[in-house]
Design a protein around this ligand. Structure first.
Ligand code: PMP
Length: 389
């Protein structure tokens, strides 16, 4: 019996040893980071060290990092009419986001429902830049949210180009960089992002930590949680020191190995996709024509049902996902694939394999062996159905 092989890194990644060590050390301390005594100052020091580590991953300034409970909360904090470049008179008029954004962006944050507009994507999953320009023409002080890379397909958006269009229109750009950070180059200045969201657990830090990074001069006038004034008044509540320390350590580790890790993952992903096609030439790989993350592959064969395939994979020791973790469990067609114009029948069979820094060639080959069985039992079923009909 094979060891289990984990291919669901986009849902959550294993804790990096560096993050675990930082968390264990932090859990050994007693101290509220707001206290002035030595114990409190030691807790504060861990948080401020982590802030430097998170900022370094993005080429940002540490003082621009606000820690949150995760990316969902960071998106909620960012997507507010009260994001300004100075004073309340700068309130945002409308929020625009790409149709393939994560549900935590598509929920619209703190904008009222009548101030939200969706931006179309093409069949490749890329934001239609022409449609973006048209949507923003005449929009007053828009806030635009486009993710760096999609959690289901891995498709990478041309963020720098989008930033140019948004700024030209007098708007600000928020980038959900949850899936891109640590995997591809993700610097605030090169992306042209005004606000950027990160999640700890996709980078090898613990679940339940994240951050919003505000670019120079960007202010959020409306706190998300009022109370004791922590995190520069934006997010009150005693900080989760151990989680933040683990998040910081994960960012430092991810930055140190990003390039070799990406090259390794891309080679394994290519081996996987070549194998999927060799076994089932009719397989469709979504977003394959666009730039994609080195670790993500979303695929389907016509006629397959993702739920059945997922169970078969699981029984063979392979952990896959049927798209985003947030929508798995519900029998729903992926909103991402729907936005890309994929026929619902095909979308229902979509399976996501996402790789990480410990994935091996052997694990990929085990996935492919399981795929061979899934595809052949599917073909057998189709033939039987054909006879029955
Ligand atoms: N944005 C994207 C692109 C994601 O993939 C996720 C996690 N599925 C989130 C936001 C939410 O992150 P968190 O789990 O930290 O709230």
């Amino acid at each position: 019996m094979n060891e289990r092989a984990y291919f669901d890194w986009n849902a959550t990644a294993p804790l990096r040893p560096e993050a675990r060590a930082a968390m264990v050390a932090a859990l050994g301390l007693t101290g509220n980071a707001s206290s002035v005594h030595a114990e409190g100052r030691a807790a504060r020091q861990l948080i401020e060290n982590a802030r430097v580590q998170v900022a370094a991953l993005l080429g940002a300034e540490a003082s621009h990092v606000t820690f949150t409970s995760g990316a969902t909360e960071a998106n909620m904090l960012a997507l507010s009419p009260a994001v300004t470049t100075g004073g309340r008179k700068g309130l945002r008029g409308k929020l625009f986001f790409a149709a393939t954004e994560h549900p935590s962006v598509r929920a619209g944050g703190r904008f009222p429902a009548d101030k939200i507009e969706e931006l179309a994507v093409g069949r490749d999953g890329l934001v239609d830049l022409h449609a973006l320009k048209e949507a923003l023409a005449g929009a007053e002080r828009p806030l635009v949210s486009v993710m760096l890379a999609n959690n289901e397909t891995g498709v990478i958006q041309p963020i720098a180009e989008i930033a140019g269009i948004v700024h030209e229109a007098g708007g600000l750009l928020h980038v959900d960089a949850v899936q891109g950070a640590g995997r591809i180059l993700c610097r605030m200045d090169e992306l042209g992002a005004d606000l950027l969201t990160l999640s700890s657990h996709k980078l090898g830090g613990p679940q339940g930590a994240g951050a919003l990074i505000c670019g120079r001069g960007i202010q959020i006038e409306e706190p998300l949680i009022r109370g004791g004034g922590q995190e520069r008044g934006l997010r009150a509540g005693t900080e989760n020191v151990a989680a933040i320390a683990g998040f910081g350590a994960a960012c430092a580790a991810a930055l140190a190995v990003r390039q070799p890790a990406a090259a390794r993952m891309a080679a394994l992903r290519d081996r996987l996709e070549a194998g999927l096609k060799a076994i089932a030439p009719e397989v469709v790989i979504f977003g394959a024509g666009a730039p994609r993350l080195p670790n993500t592959s979303l695929f389907a064969v016509p006629g397959a049902k993702a739920e059945t395939a997922l169970i078969a994979f699981d029984l063979s020791g392979i952990a896959l996902s049927s798209g985003s973790a947030c929508s798995s469990g519900k029998v729903q067609v992926s909103a991402v694939l729907a936005a890309m114009g994929v026929e619902p029948e095909l979308a229902r069979g979509a399976l996501r394999a996402s790789l990480g820094w410990t994935t091996t060639e052997n694990e990929v080959d085990n996935l492919l062996n399981a795929w061979r069985n899934v595809v052949s039992s599917l073909l057998k079923k189709q033939t039987q159905e054909g006879i029955a009909a």
